[in-house]
Design a protein around this ligand. Structure first.
Ligand SMILES: Nc1nc2c(ncn2[C@@H]2O[C@H](COP(=O)(O)OP(=O)(O)OP(=O)(O)O)[C@@H](O)[C@H]2O)c(=O)[nH]1
Ligand SMILES: C[S@@+](CC[C@H](N)C(=O)[O-])C[C@H]1O[C@@H](n2cnc3c(N)ncnc32)[C@H](O)[C@@H]1O
Ligand code: SF4
Ligand code: SF4
Length: 329
């Protein structure tokens, strides 16, 4: 596996298959590339299935174990099943979607090899949902979650961005996943960097503190050092719900445990979600050139909140104690 100068191995890749979307969420960072508004039809700038697969084959040679398909809305790609089917053996395949196209298509995706799905659902109330997504497709999303469960995807993670518009719905979303087998919740800290609306931010620490109070058990996931709270059950006896907090903003522990390289829908390699100054195009490259470019991208990866990192006495990178997340599992 390739490793960057900060000792972070790259075990996963996150591939955006399109920047098109049928929603227009008010907060959307579009994986760091700005607007999703635009034509709904397939665009010439998108990587072809062959290009995606060729990149994945190279990544697999370097020991990459996981791929996450995202976008824009990845299910707008009609060749998604083909891409999943052709993903190299040994790679776990997951996807993050707004869920609207899962009804009717979830079984085919599972048949093609999809192992996990995250569905974005910011509220349980159709009006609040429409306000965030600027779409009235709430019923379709609920149907999509059901379709994913029926197709055997377990767990189905619901993604909820916690910001001014949704903070009041966190409690009922936690109850919802605690009461419904097969569902887990990912509470995502609102990232203002790419949206330019810092005023929508809320203090995610309050959510950590509240969950720490009500949880039966807390554990810390190696990936991004994320806390997982088990509500109404435990990790060994998962009767209740699992709630994970994704809190990247100004969090050096998150960056220190970041093991993924990204690929834009146009086929640019990208070392960090928040940065666009390290893009490397795979354009017309040969397989050998892609190998070299992948190596370069990994070598040049820098933790975005890197100013919080210091060299320890042994020369290894460590996080400055002052910035360590104060919620301990
Ligand atoms: N800044 C930053 N944000 C991230 C990172 N990974 C996930 N996020 C945020 O979390 C959102 C949801 O991520 P998902 O792709 O659904 O889930 P995941 O984080 O990959 O979690 P798993 O499905 O468990 O692998 C992303 O769109 C980002 O907003 C990361 O490496 N850096
Ligand atoms: C960019 S979307 C792409 C996949 C798919 N269209 C979806 O919405 O799930 C991936 C995830 O990013 C999250 N997201 C988008 N903008 C965000 C922001 N400014 N802060 C935090 N999360 C954000 C979304 O909620 C979604 O869960
Ligand atoms: S559904 Fe996903 S890609 Fe589309 S606007 Fe919402 S967050 Fe962005
Ligand atoms: S370096 Fe930090 S901000 Fe950048 S992708 Fe990794 S975790 Fe996210």
């Amino acid at each position: 596996m390739l490793e960057d100068d900060f000792g972070r191995e790259v075990s996963g890749v996150r591939v955006s298959l399109t920047d098109r979307c049928n929603f227009d969420c008010v907060y959307c960072h579009n994986e760091g590339l700005g607007d999703t508004r635009g034509p709904m039809d397939p665009q010439d700038d998108e990587m072809s299935a062959d290009e995606v697969v060729r990149f994945l084959e190279v990544a697999r040679e370097f020991g990459v174990e996981k791929v996450k398909f995202t976008g824009g809305e990845p299910m707008l790609r009609q060749d998604l099943e083909e891409i999943i089917r052709r993903t190299p053996d040994g790679m776990e395949v997951s996807m993050t979607t707004n869920g609207t196209f899962l009804p009717g298509r979830a079984p085919d995706l599972v048949d093609a090899g999809l192992e996990r799905v995250n569905v974005s659902q910011d509220a349980l109330d159709p009006e609040a949902f429409a306000e965030v997504t600027q779409s009235g497709a709430y019923d379709k999303v609920i149907e999509g979650v059901e379709a994913a469960l029926d197709a055997g995807l377990d767990p189905v993670k619901l993604n909820m961005v916690v910001f001014e518009h949704t903070a009041g719905y966190v409690e009922e979303m936690v109850e919802h996943v605690a009461e419904n087998a097969g569902l887990q919740l990912q509470l995502i800290q609102y990232m203002p960097e790419l949206t330019g609306k810092p005023e929508w931010n809320i203090d995610i620490q309050r959510v950590h503190d509240w969950l720490a109070d009500i949880a039966e058990e807390v554990e810390t996931r190696e990936m991004h050092h994320r806390n997982r709270y088990w509500v109404g059950g435990t990790a060994d006896d998962p009767e209740g719900g699992m709630v994970e907090i994704v809190d990247p903003v100004e969090n050096p522990q998150f960056c220190a445990n970041c093991h993924r390289v990204r690929v834009t829908h146009e086929g640019y390699l990208k070392g960090c979600l928040n940065r666009n100054d390290d893009l490397r195009s795979m354009g017309e490259m040969t397989r050998d050139e892609i190998r070299e470019t992948f190596r370069e991208t990994v070598t040049n990866r820098v933790p975005y909140y890197g100013e919080y990192m210091v060299r320890g006495d042994d020369g290894e990178w460590e996080i400055n104690d002052e910035y360590v997340n104060n919620v301990e599992a």
